[in-house]
Design a protein around this ligand. Structure first.
Ligand SMILES: [Zn+2]
Length: 406
């Protein structure tokens, strides 16, 4: 009798497990698949239409050819409605395959998770109390803190040039968390051993936000790697593209469809992350901002909202080129070298907050193999160092949208 009870228990447990597996597989099969494709450049207006459709994310436009990621409808495995480029060839049928190593391990490996990032930042403040201050600049939709670390040895941080470095705006761009930590460690460990680092830290105020979108990162690392947006639930669909939710150029080069990966939100600043970041930038009046994304090996600057030249172009181009020389990346305005993308951080911080603003598109993958994290950071460190060194000059350069008072 007892043996029968155990057998029955076993059978029902197996059935429950089997059901769970079926459900997990079903959930997986409902997710969009992303493939990497290439096609002849169809021209600017067609490219904008492709981007706005939400099916394509353009990675590179060069020598008359476009490399892009294409989202495949999960339920029916057919192409989403919308414009299709001609002459499309598939380079890789499922870019999620690159992440098999993390799936097998069931963890994010050498990459920072949200919890690891938080505890590392708290430990750094304990270890370097004279140089570091940690601040939660706001809470996300799911209630996570957005942490910002301030590093300075200046007696009056408001009187020295100020830089903001921020990563992980887009959930799947894990690499953009690693460079901020690399920079933090370079500055703090170098302070005691390298005279130039000490001089820079003592004469500047450096803010670092490794993760702007912790809800998105947690979801990307735990549920669905290719997630891009945040995780706010306000309409029928989930998530807004934070880098299309700022005010300058809001609505241009983004989607009004909540299901799209470049959904701009119901209005500018509809998102917690957008408001938190903007409030910090307005409060601290940064001399310069550096946004980190992946990937494409680019150094970008305003405008994203239009392909016209911005006022102050000379400064943006000169230092953009110098940083591009330092990390080997191609410099250019977003709209001129990629596509129109309005509502982004660069344009808004530049023209509403009086900051000189650049963005790095790191590397050649969203999540490079773990062994490439350190080399990629080391490759980009000289470009970040250039910007830190140049802050003083930028602070005394006349800004076309100088903000006189707050
Ligand atoms: Zn991005």
């Amino acid at each position: 009798m007892r043996r029968l009870a155990i057998l029955l228990l076993f059978v029902s447990a197996s059935a429950a497990l089997a059901q769970q597996i079926v459900q997990t597989n079903l959930r997986k099969s409902l997710r969009p698949r992303w493939r990497k494709v290439m096609f002849p450049d169809p021209g600017r207006s067609s490219l904008i239409a492709l981007e706005q459709g939400g099916t394509f994310e353009v990675i590179e436009v060069r020598k008359g050819r476009v490399v892009a990621l294409e989202r495949i409808d999960p339920a029916e495995e057919h192409l989403l409605p919308g414009p299709q480029p001609e002459g499309l060839t598939v380079l890789q049928s499922d870019i999620d395959e690159d992440l098999a190593v993390f799936k097998a391990k069931g963890s994010e490996g050498a990459y920072h998770s949200v919890a690891e990032s938080e505890s590392e930042l708290k430990n750094l403040v304990k270890r370097y109390p004279a140089l570091c201050r940690l601040e939660s600049i706001g809470k996300t939709f799911e209630g996570r803190d957005i942490w910002a670390l301030r590093i300075t040895g200046a007696p009056d941080p408001a009187a020295v040039p100020r830089l903001l470095i921020f990563g992980l705006v887009h959930a799947r761009e894990w690499m953009s968390v690693e460079l901020p930590f690399f920079v933090i460690n370079k500055l703090l460990t170098g302070y005691g051993s390298d005279p130039e680092t000490k001089k820079l830290v003592d004469s500047r105020c450096l803010w670092v936000i490794p993760i702007v979108n912790p809800d998105g990162l947690a979801y990307s690392q735990g549920q669905y790697t290719m997630w891009r947006k945040n995780r706010s639930k306000r309409a029928s669909s989930v998530g807004v593209d934070i880098n299309r939710n700022f005010e300058v150029g809001w609505g241009l080069g983004s989607s009004s469809n909540p299901g799209s990966d470049t959904y701009r939100g119901a209005n500018a600043y509809s998102e917690e992350e957008t408001r938190a970041l903007m409030a910090l930038v307005q409060r601290e009046r940064f001399t310069a901002t550096l946004g980190l994304h992946s990937y494409s090996q680019l150094v970008t600057f305003p405008w994203g909202k239009s392909s016209e030249d911005p006022p102050g172009k000379e400064t943006l181009v000169r230092h953009g080129k110098a940083m591009g020389q330092a990390n080997g990346y191609r410099p250019g305005s977003v709209a001129q070298i990629l596509y129109i993308s309005g509502g982004g951080t660069n344009d808004t911080f530049f023209s509403k907050c009086g900051c000189w603003s650049w963005t790095f598109e790191l590397g050649t993958e969203f999540v490079p193999p773990e062994s490439e994290i350190q080399p990629l950071c080391a490759k980009n460190w000289p470009a970040v160092l250039y910007l830190i060194r140049t802050l003083e000059e930028l602070g005394s350069t006349e800004h076309p949208f100088a903000v006189l008072s707050h």
